[in-house]
Design a binder for this molecule. Structure first.
Ligand code: ZN
Ligand code: ZN
Length: 173
């Protein structure tokens, strides 16, 4: 197979290869989509891929370096850290940047690992479906976004107070 030929899956490329021998002197914009599997993460109940990886990146040679900057985004499925609901959201790196040492003989520069990293760094440790999400009642488990529960106010504090008591009473070893 010719080096640099795009590998396709379901009609979408799996990598972004920049032909360095044909790159214009003033640099060039590259815009497109990669197949979702380009992100290469293990999907589970907490994280799923819900669309292609999208990018718009400017690549140019500057002295002894190759500079790539732009934007990268992907729609992912997450579980809300407050209410445990599944939701889909775009995660993006609006200030994508990568640099490489310039190699005269390099034919194709593969930007895929850097695009992937841009998305992974944009993933929050604690995803929430909505900044306003009210979460679950710690006492009865009701989803407070969709219903009101009848737990007394302060139930939450009472619960934590009980836990504090427990930790004080830990048996001595
Ligand atoms: Zn939520
Ligand atoms: Zn409740």
């Amino acid at each position: 197979m010719k080096k640099g030929k795009e590998h396709l899956k379901d009609g979408l490329p799996l990598e972004l290869l920049v032909n360095m021998q044909r790159l214009r002197e003033e640099g060039e914009w590259f815009e497109g989509e990669l197949h979702p599997s380009a992100l290469d993460v293990r999907e589970d109940e907490l994280l799923g891929i819900a669309g292609p990886l999208r990018y718009r990146v400017h690549v140019m040679v500057a002295g002894e370096e190759v500079l790539a900057r732009g934007w990268v985004a992907q729609c992912l499925r997450c579980v809300c850290g407050r209410c445990a609901a599944d939701f889909e959201s775009d995660f993006e790196d609006p200030e994508f940047f990568a640099s490489f040492p310039r190699e005269e003989t390099l034919e194709f520069l593969d930007l895929t690992p850097e695009l992937r990293e841009g998305i992974l760094l944009a993933l929050p440790n604690y995803p929430v479906c909505n900044e306003e999400c009210r979460g679950l009642c710690v006492r009865c488990g009701a989803n407070l976004n969709t219903q009101k529960c009848s737990c007394p106010p302060g139930a939450r504090e009472a619960k934590w107070a009980a836990l504090d008591q427990l930790s004080l009473k830990r048996p001595e070893s």
